[in-house]
Design a protein around this ligand. Structure first.
Ligand code: PHE
Length: 340
């Protein structure tokens, strides 16, 4: 009679232990069944009335029921504890291999990148990479390039004049003069660098920009050599076919002189602020070195000939990355710079 009662009780409590969804629910079951005033305790109290042999038997049964329920409870408590730990581990998960927040590796300026790329290309072709000063003599910047003081071509390039016959170089062509003096003929050189013009600044003009000068002096140098050189360069940079056109162009230090234009890669020739709505961008002024320039460089024009070009590195960067305003390049604006 009491046995059946105990067994039923044990079954119900066990079921409720398993059904408990939270530690609080479980605790409520424990208090109700196994607490000091719980059901089991009630039954124990009533045992006083039993006959001694009954007492022993029921007492034993009561004890096993109690320990059985206690271990079921402990097991369920452990499940809750394990689930709580799992939830906490999930919530507080941390990837210690991630880079620390706030550090952002820097990168080279797009102009530096393109300059280094071209230096690598030309070095691999056996071309010397030369350097010249940004503060240059009037002689190297103009006179030695067949632009004497009274020459109207001086007005082609608005110049920042300094004292004592010095200026900020208006182009990288003075490095031609330095190259001829340093290397002598035959020579094959490039000279990347920063140049300055006293210009009104707008989306396609800056007072400070970059050029890459190229010069070859050898026997029987022709326009074909020059074109090969420039095409190699363009193919390397754009990694795709670009439409080019060659126009006559005037520069006192070359004869004949040309302008090599590329179809604007920003608007694909339809017209935009960068190409001043023309669809074409002047990228590569070039020509055969003027005999006067060779002569002033100590090279006999009867024996030697040459070609030269002055690549607009800044324009090239703009074409390559689709930058529609030259002023971004010198702005120091991190939102711009972080894209490279
Ligand atoms: N130095 C010229 C300029 O900046 C470009 C140029 C270089 C033209 C070499 C012909 C040959 O305008």
């Amino acid at each position: 009679m009491l046995e059946t009662q105990l067994e039923t009780l044990a079954g119900t409590v066990r079921a409720r232990i398993l059904a408990a969804q939270t530690p609080d629910e479980l605790e409520a079951v424990r208090v109700e069944a196994l607490g000091r005033k719980g059901t089991i305790a009630d039954i124990s109290k009533g045992m006083g009335k039993l006959a001694p042999e009954e007492k022993a038997r029921i007492g034993k049964l009561l004890n096993t029921t109690k320990t059985g329920l206690e271990s079921a409870l402990a097991e369920r408590q452990q499940e809750f504890a394990a689930a709580a730990l799992r939830a906490r581990l999930d919530a507080e998960w941390l990837d210690v291999t991630l880079p620390a927040a706030g550090t952002r590796p820097g990168s080279l300026h797009p102009l530096t990148q393109i300059q280094q790329e071209l230096e690598d290309l030309f070095t691999s072709m056996g071309v010397a990479v030369l350097d010249g000063p940004e503060v240059e003599s009037e002689y190297n910047n103009f006179d030695a390039l067949n632009i004497p003081a009274d020459h109207p071509a001086r007005d082609m390039q608005d110049t920042f004049w300094l004292s004592a016959g010095q200026c900020l170089r208006t182009h990288t062509s003075p490095v031609q003069v330095r190259g001829m003096a340093r290397l002598g003929p035959p020579l094959l050189m490039i000279a990347p660098g920063r140049v300055f013009r006293n210009e009104e600044v707008d989306p396609s003009h800056e007072h400070t920009f970059y050029q890459l000068e190229g010069m070859m002096v050898d026997r029987d140098v022709s326009i074909a050599h020059m074109l090969f050189f420039m095409k190699t360069l363009l193919k390397h940079i754009f990694r795709r076919d670009v439409t080019v056109r060659l126009r006559p162009g005037y520069f006192p230090f070359v004869e004949p002189g040309f302008e090599l234009d590329i179809q604007c890669l920003i608007c694909n020739g339809e017209g935009c602020p960068v190409c001043k709505q023309s669809g074409w961008v002047e990228l590569l002024p070039c020509g055969l070195v003027h005999p006067n320039v060779l002569r002033m460089g100590g090279i006999d024009p009867e024996q030697w000939g040459g070609f030269a070009f002055g690549l607009g590195l800044t324009r090239l960067v703009m074409m390559r990355y689709g930058i529609d305003d030259i002023r971004y390049l010198q702005s120091g604006d991190l939102r711009f710079l972080r894209q490279f």
